[in-house]
Design a protein around this ligand. Structure first.
Ligand SMILES: NC(=O)c1ccc[n+]([C@@H]2O[C@H](COP(=O)([O-])OP(=O)(O)OC[C@H]3O[C@@H](n4cnc5c(N)ncnc54)[C@H](O)[C@@H]3O)[C@@H](O)[C@H]2O)c1
Length: 229
């Protein structure tokens, strides 16, 4: 029998237990930086050095981080389900945990791309991080391979297609504030079970089963629920 398709949409809370700051929680990154300086296309045009410095700091943080029990729990679900992860996160912790199918909506922290040719993308090696304040690679000036505010989200179309095909849909660790990712919930087919794991959940439509817990505990609980279903 074909496995059921389990589609999981993750946000910053997924990586919180790996020690990576969420944006909006107390102590989150936005408290120390202005969004318009470090996460916008205009900000990059104004001061690319600041942006490289900001993302290099995030990269150094990421190099020290390990996938948590939540990331690992999602990999285990691949035994019984056809699992697709759609993530707003720019870290690579789902990949490091071993998830087979990961779609990044907002780009990838460990990559940069050429300013003059956006199809040229490089994966950064740890030693490149110290040297990339005004980075040039192979003669190209580069920018983070990150979707800034004010920019389109090219992977939203494939993400919507995945959600439309889901037999079970799960949202983990997102305040459901950032669109278009927050809107994915609306593409679920009628009758498809939806679960939302977040210790401080945003309001969601009736019919969604809220598991008000951290990602690690929530994924464990989800596995128990799905095993019984
Ligand atoms: N790891 C990353 O790559 C990273 C980190 C911070 C922000 N971002 C970006 O910031 C934007 C913010 O949107 P967002 O909704 O993802 O984040 P957000 O900061 O708006 O919301 C984080 C959510 O995570 C929840 N949370 C906190 N601890 C948790 C835990 N242990 N387990 C589960 N949930 C927990 C909070 O209650 C909150 O609802 C996104 O665009 C994302 O790309 C990425």
């Amino acid at each position: 029998m074909a496995k059921k398709k389990l589609v999981i949409s993750t946000g910053a809370g997924m990586s919180a237990e790996s020690g990576i700051n969420t944006f909006r929680d107390a102590g989150g990154l936005w408290e120390n930086y202005r969004v318009e300086d470090v996460a916008s296309a205009d900000g990059f045009r104004r001061n690319p050095a600041l942006i490289h410095e900001f993302y290099n700091a995030r990269r150094r943080e990421l190099l020290k981080a390990r996938p948590n029990a939540g990331h690992l729990g999602l990999v285990k679900l691949e035994k019984d389900f056809d699992v697709y992860v759609i993530t707003q996160n720019v870290d690579n912790l789902h990949e490091k945990a071993g998830s087979s199918n990961v779609l990044h909506l907002h780009g990838e922290l460990m990559k940069v791309r050429a300013l003059d040719n956006e199809t040229k993308v490089w994966e950064l090696k740890p030693d490149m991080i110290e040297t990339t304040l005004e980075t040039v690679i192979d003669g190209h000036r580069v920018r983070p391979h990150i979707v800034f505010f004010q920019e389109a989200v090219p992977n939203i179309e494939p993400a919507i297609e995945l959600v439309k095909q889901a037999d079970v849909f799960v949202v983990i660790g997102t305040s459901l504030n950032v669109y278009p990712a927050a809107g994915l919930l609306h593409y679920v087919r009628p009758g498809v079970p939806v679960y939302y794991i977040d210790p401080n959940p945003a309001s969601v439509p009736g019919g969604v089963t809220v598991l008000p817990m951290k990602a690690s505990e929530g994924v464990e609980e989800l596995a128990r629920i799905l095993a019984k279903a």
